[in-house]
Design a protein around this ligand. Structure first.
Ligand code: GTP
Length: 269
């Protein structure tokens, strides 16, 4: 357990994309961060950090994180407890929602299961250490997991459309990514990696309480329907979240112009 801070009483939300490569996860996460200050935790950033800390990544308190997954969960919990957007001097900070975006594909049941378990267990340990006797079931009520499902059509012709759009995006991105670099991998290898993710994709199933995905408190369904779908998806996500969890937002919702600007900013980043 890496944390020794008290667990605040505010609402805590984890946004969990369920996607494959090139669907627009990072673009949407950057835009949401730009608009609302929600913390964006990017799985692939660990690769960069690992090079800086060859023997593992040391976090405050001297604990060494050895794996990408440990670092990912650590950063998400850090964001839930200490969100960037919160001004420590603000008197009503406790009432503000804390939101983090878990930017990785989460395209398989086991990835989602690991995310739910690791976050809940770490928060529970943190509470025990700080004397907050919160049971796992209470923690479950405090942390809300929201799925953002980038739908992958089962029909092969339809799926091919998504593959074409995402392939196009990734190839034109070139080397501007932490791990998938066109120059080193080559187009064929990139296509193979992307196709592998699509083949392994497990859409969320929430029909029975025993399904792993039943842990999601809410699911937002979006499509990668054209090359520029991220703008439309961003707006849809904001509207949907606002309708279901209004406490995630303070003040006015962004205007069309604000959304255009945020997407423009994310695409340039
Ligand atoms: P990975 O991190 O590789 O798994 O991809 P991702 O799902 O995070 O997708 P990302 O947001 O990084 O988008 C992939 C590439 O497509 C980036 O170069 C983006 O700038 C670009 N892209 C994403 N959405 C759009 C869009 O709506 N329009 C255009 N023109 N480009 C987009």
């Amino acid at each position: 357990n890496y944390f020794s801070m008290p667990y605040l009483g505010a609402s805590h939300y984890v946004l969990v994309p369920i996607a494959t490569i090139g669907c627009g996860k990072t673009t949407i996460a950057i835009a949401l961060n730009h608009l609302f200050g929600w913390k964006h935790v990017q799985n692939d950033d660990m690769d960069r950090k690992k090079n800086e800390h060859k023997k593992g990544f040391i976090v405050p308190g001297g604990v060494k994180l050895r794996t990408k997954t440990e670092w990912f969960v650590y950063s998400l919990i850090e964001g839930l407890l200490h969100p960037n957007s919160i001004d420590e001097t603000e008197p009503n900070k406790i009432k503000r929602a804390h939101v983090v975006f878990a930017d990785r594909n989460n395209h398989m049941f086991r990835e989602r299961k690991q995310l739910f378990n690791d976050i809940e267990i770490s928060i529970k340990q943190c509470n025990e250490e700080t004397g907050n006797n919160t049971s796992t079931s209470n923690v479950s009520r405090l942390i809300k997991f929201i799925g953002i499902h980038f739908k992958h059509n089962k029909d092969p012709t339809e799926l091919e459309k998504l593959k074409n759009i995402t392939r196009q995006r990734i190839l034109s991105r070139g080397n501007n990514h932490q791990t998938i670099k066109r120059e080193f991998l080559g187009d064929e290898k990139i296509e193979e990696i992307m196709s592998g993710f699509c083949d392994r994709f497990q859409a969320p199933v929430r029909t029975k309480p025993t399904n792993i995905d039943s842990r999601f408190d809410h699911m937002i369904e979006i499509d990668v329907s054209d090359q520029n779908s991220s703008r439309k998806n961003l707006e849809f996500i904001i509207k949907d979240l606002h309708a279901v969890f209004p406490d995630m937002f303070t003040g006015e919702l962004p205007s069309q112009e604000d959304i255009d600007k945020a997407i423009g900013f994310a695409l340039k980043t």
